[in-house]
Design a binder for this molecule. Sequence first.
Ligand SMILES: NC(=O)C1=CN([C@@H]2O[C@H](COP(=O)(O)OP(=O)(O)OC[C@H]3O[C@@H](n4cnc5c(N)ncnc54)[C@H](O)[C@@H]3O)[C@@H](O)[C@H]2O)C=CC1
Ligand SMILES: O=C(O)[C@@H]1CCC=N1
Length: 271
Amino acid sequence: MKIVFYGSGNMANAIFTGIVNSKSIEPENIYLTNKSNLEVLEGYHESLGVSYSYDDAELLKDADYVFLSTKPYDFLKLAERIKPYITNDNKFISIMAGLPISYIREHLQVDNPIARIMPNTNAHVGHSVTGISFSTNFGPNSKQEVLTLIEAFGTALEVKEDHLHQVTAITGSGPAFLYHVFEQYVNAGTKLGIEQSQVEESIKELIIGTGKMIERSDLKMDQLRKNITSKGGTTQAGLNALSNHDIEAVFLDCLNAAVKRSIELAEAEED
Ligand SMILES: NC(=O)C1=CN([C@@H]2O[C@H](COP(=O)(O)OP(=O)(O)OC[C@H]3O[C@@H](n4cnc5c(N)ncnc54)[C@H](O)[C@@H]3O)[C@@H](O)[C@H]2O)C=CC1
Ligand SMILES: O=C(O)[C@@H]1CCC=N1
């Protein structure tokens, strides 16, 4: 199997690093390219053993899966770049937030199978949650190949294409929202008077430990929370203070804004 990444930025990097680490594909069969940063490509070749090129005829020849990994607003230039070299073998996998399959097909001017995926950068550690939606001409064998590819860097969630806006908000952007919460928690902890570096290290370990509890325990998160909340104790006092703020409303506001932006990205390109 030959895979090509058009775009070797933050998200593509997490995906192909996850695939290489999973040892599911020989690194030399993963080809990278980008706009013009040869140094980045040489670096990944050195560190991961992947191939790279700027020769689009070479890249697309016998390529089974072609990841469209540019920012949405760079896609039209990318489409102009690759259109002359697309072959019938090429099945496209877009990671571009918001851009509908119909829009991608319109600008690539091909009938090739197209899938949209919405991963996140936890692919670096094999824990991406990846939403996926396939064009109707994506055959069952190819679908399974793509799902196996995605499972090399996390879990796959097949959804209707319209629901990719919500998946983008909840899990695509999700790590950034949680990093923001963790940053504020560190800031608050530091305000209690402990050395910031100590607070950062202890909260980093707290997050990792809590994640492992969620991963390994059979209990749901509400029970795990209750198991810490001694009656009339410190945790109850802290949770009472938290309940004075509508945390759910804060996150709903955050997620709605991300969904709105995803829809705007789709509409902006269709205008
Ligand atoms: N960063 C993230 O956590 C996630 C990003 N995405 C999506 O992934 C896509 C890329 O995002 P990032 O990796 O953050 O951006 P980035 O800016 O880090 O990477 C963009 C890449 O596209 C390349 N590129 C631009 N024009 C090109 C062209 N004409 N031909 C070939 N390569 C070209 C750039 O050289 C760069 O390697 C976006 O569409 C974004 O919506 C999806 C899920 C999560
Ligand atoms: O912020 C963005 O648009 C991309 C899509 C999801 C995460 N990063």
